[in-house]
Design a protein around this ligand. Structure first.
Ligand code: HEC
Length: 179
């Protein structure tokens, strides 16, 4: 009888823990910044910084620009959105969302004149169309740069010149074409 009681309370405890876990997961997804395909648009309409582009999904662009332009780096504020090419995006989710990626969420998009589609999104296991894992490269940035690579931050370079990158940016099919 005592044993039965223990089994019952153990399963009650298990159920309680499962509920607590579910509540925690729910709290985490509630606090995530909602991102869908309508979040993304013409890259060159974002704010340019040294050849890449930024925005802040929570309207906190000044805070994003302050870190982007800091000569000593810093932690990018929640809501920051960063792009070098139209199809690869980093978005800063709230603190604690994903310690392994400094709370950056990575996106691989497909873009066309009709808009954007999310091909893959996530934290540690997003791979670009060349088979490269976003985090594997970006984690090599020295800590003060908060996983932003640019050049000279410690990441392995990508084989695209400034001219090629500018061309890719200016050919984002989502941008309105001149008449
Ligand atoms: C092979 C390594 C590599 C992979 C894989 C990679 N990146 Fe990058 N990424 C870089 C480097 C290096 C730069 C800086 C290039 C430059 O400015 O010349 C960069 C630049 C960026 C930038 C502009 C900000 C910055 O860090 O300079 C964003 C945003 C970005 N990548 C997102 C992604 C996303 C999202 C993925 C995955 C879908 C990804 N990257 C995959 C190496 C990589």
């Amino acid at each position: 009888m005592k044993k039965l009681h223990m089994i019952l309370s153990a399963s009650a405890l298990g159920a309680t823990l499962a509920l607590a876990g579910a509540a925690q997961l729910k709290a985490q997804s509630d606090q995530l910044i909602a991102v869908d395909e309508s979040t993304f648009d013409c890259i060159t309409e974002m704010t340019p910084v040294r050849g890449f582009f930024v925005d802040n999904l929570l309207g906190n662009l000044d805070a994003t620009l302050a870190v982007a332009n800091s000569t000593t780096g810093g932690t990018w504020p929640t809501g920051s959105m960063v792009q070098l090419v139209p199809t690869e995006v980093m978005i800063k989710q709230p603190e604690g969302t994903s310690p392994a990626t400094n709370d950056w969420e990575f996106f691989e998009l497909a873009v066309s004149a009709e808009g954007s589609q999310i091909v893959t999104r996530g934290f540690t296991d997003v791979v670009n169309r060349f088979g490269g894992n976003c985090l594997d490269c970006h984690i090599k940035a020295e800590p003060q740069w908060d996983m932003i690579c640019e050049t000279g931050h410690g990441c392995d370079p990508i084989p695209l010149s400034r001219e090629m990158l500018t061309g890719i940016q200016q050919n984002d099919p989502r941008c309105a074409r001149p008449e």
